[in-house]
Design a protein around this ligand. Structure first.
Ligand SMILES: *Cc1c(COP(=O)(O)O)cnc(C)c1O
Length: 378
C-alpha cells in the first residue's frame, strides 16, 4: 500500500476486538490476565504497553519504512532515551545547530552521565570524518552520529546518504531528527540511517494540542531492546489519549504536509522579493546553498522558513508584533501559522542571528498570509 493509504489503515485492528472504524481510547491502566497465566505479548500494565500506543507505534514505523517504533511522552524524552542506550564515556557527534533543547539535554543532563557530546558542522563531511574517533584510547569511541536536516533555524541541509556511508564504514550508528520534514517529505531509513527521531508534538500531532515523541528503527536488534527498556523503565511514556490523538492526526498527515509545502513555497518566494528581507532560508528555493542535496533526498521542502530582515533584534520584534493573523508563538507544525523573533525565544548559547525571524507556515490561504506579511513588514 502507498503512504496515504497506510496512514489511514495500518494497525487499526490492533487490540480492536469490536472492529470499531475509529478505535476506542483505552484508559485502563491494567489488563486482566488469562486464567492459565500470563503469556508472552499479553498486555498487563499500561506503562509497559497499551492498545493506543501499540497502534501509533505500528503506524509511525510503517510510514518511516522501519520495522518497529517506541513512543515517548515528548520529542526530548525520545532523544534522551537514545543517549541513555549508550555507555558512559561514549562519544557522540551532533550538529552545531542541533535543536536547542537537545543541545541543552546532551550537555547539561547527559553530560553528568559522562556522555561525551561533540558539536560539529554536519554539512562539512571532511570535518565530520576528522572528528570520528575509531580507536578510543583514553577517550571513548564514536558510537552515534546525529543529524537534523533541514536544521534549525538556518535550514542547513546535511547530505544524509553521505554521512551514513561514512558512519557505516566505521560501524557507527546514525540517527536523523526527522521532525521538520516528516516521512511525507524525507525518509531517512531509505537514505541509510539506522534510527529516526520525531517530536510528534509538531506535524504528526499537527494541531498544537499534544506533546509526544518517537523513535523508529531499521532493525529490531539489541539496541532496540535497550530502547524499549528505557521507554518502559524510564517511564517517559505518552498517555493512551495522546496516542489516540496522534493516530487520528496521522491519518491526514500526507495531505496536510503537501499543503504546508505548497503554502511555504509561495510565502518563501514572496519574502525573497521583499525589500526589507535580506535573506530567506528555505531549501526549496534555488538560491538555497543546500537546494541540490535537498532535492535529491526530499520529496517536498516542508513548512518552515527563516529569514533575515534589515535591522536587528528591535526591528525583528517590531515586525512580528505587527501581524494580525500570524500568531506570535514558538514551536511549529500546527494548522495555524506562527512566527517568532528566534534569538529572544532561545536560551543563552543561541546561535540564531539577532535579525532572524522563524516562521511556521500553516494551512491558512497563502494569499491571506502574504497580506499579513506585507502589513507586518511595512
Ligand atoms: C520540538 C523539537 C524537538 C523536541 O520535541 P518536544 O516534543 O518539544 O520535546 C526535537 N527536535 C526538533 C527538530 C524539534 O522541532
Amino acid at each position: 500500500m502507498k503512504f496515504e493509504t497506510r496512514a489511514i489503515h495500518v494497525a487499526m485492528d490492533i487490540h480492536n476486538p469490536s472492529a470499531s472504524v475509529v478505535p476506542p481510547i483505552s484508559p485502563s491502566t491494567i489488563f486482566e490476565i488469562d486464567a492459565e497465566g500470563r503469556k508472552e505479548g499479553d498486555l498487563h500494565y499500561t506503562r509497559l504497553g497499551n492498545p493506543n500506543r501499540l497502534q501509533f507505534e505500528a503506524v509511525i514505523a510503517s510510514l518511516e519504512g522501519g520495522v518497529a517504533a517506541a513512543a515517548f511522552a515528548s520529542g526530548i524524552a525520545a532523544a534522551t532515551a537514545v543517549l541513555q542506550c549508550l555507555e558512559p564515556g561514549d562519544h557522540v557527534l551532533l550538529p552545531e545547530d542541533v535543536y536547542a533543547g537537545n543541545r541543552k539535554m546532551a550537555k547539561g543532563l547527559m553530560g553528568r552521565w559522562n556522555l561525551d557530546a561533540e558539536f560539529v558542522d554536519m554539512t562539512d563531511l571532511e570535518r565530520v570524518a576528522d572528528r570520528i574517533r575509531v580507536d578510543g584510547g583514553r577517550s571513548g569511541r564514536t558510537k552515534l552520529i546525529w543529524m537534523e536536516t533541514p536544521s534549525n533555524p538556518l535550514m542547513q541541509i546535511t547530505d544524509v546518504r553521505a554521512v551514513c556511508e561514512l558512519s557505516k564504514a566505521h560501524g557507527i550508528r546514525t540517527i536523523v531528527d526527522n521532525t521538520w520534514p516528516t516521512p511525507v517529505n524525507q525518509r531517512p531509513l531509505e537514505l541509510g540511517a539506522d534510527l529516526v527521531l520525531h517530536s510528534t508534538s509538531k506535524y504528526f500531532g499537527g494541531h498544537s494540542d499534544l506533546l509526544g515523541g518517537a523513535i523508529v528503527v531499521r532493525e529490531q536488534d539489541e539496541f532496540f531492546e535497550r530502547l524499549t527498556m528505557v521507554q518502559q523503565m524510564g517511564g517517559a511514556v505518552p498517555s493512551p489519549y495522546d496516542c489516540w490523538m496522534l493516530s487520528r492526526s496521522t491519518r491526514s498527515l500526507a495531505v496536510r504536509m503537501r499543503a504546508h509545502n505548497e503554502h511555504a513555497m509561495a510565502v518563501a518566494q514572496f519574502l525573497e522579493g521583499h525589500k526589507r528581507v535580506s535573506e530567506v532560508f528555505y531549501p526549496g528555493l534555488v538560491s538555497h546553498p543546500g537546494y541540490e542535496i535537498a532535492k535529491s533526498q526530499m520529496d517536498g521542502f516542508g513548512g518552515m522558513i527563516s529569514f533575515l530582515i534589515d535591522g536587528g533584534q528591535k526591528e525583528g520584534i517590531e515586525i512580528v508584533g505587527r501581524s494580525q493573523l500570524i500568531m506570535r508563538a514558538t514551536s511549529l507544525g500546527g494548522v495555524e501559522s506562527t512566527w517568532e523573533h528566534r534569538r529572544s525565544s532561545e536560551d543563552e548559547g543561541s546561535v540564531s542571528p539577532d535579525n532572524l525571524i522563524r516562521l511556521s507556515v500553516g494551512l491558512e490561504h497563502p494569499d491571506d498570509l502574504i497580506e499579513d506579511l506585507t502589513l507586518a513588514l511595512g
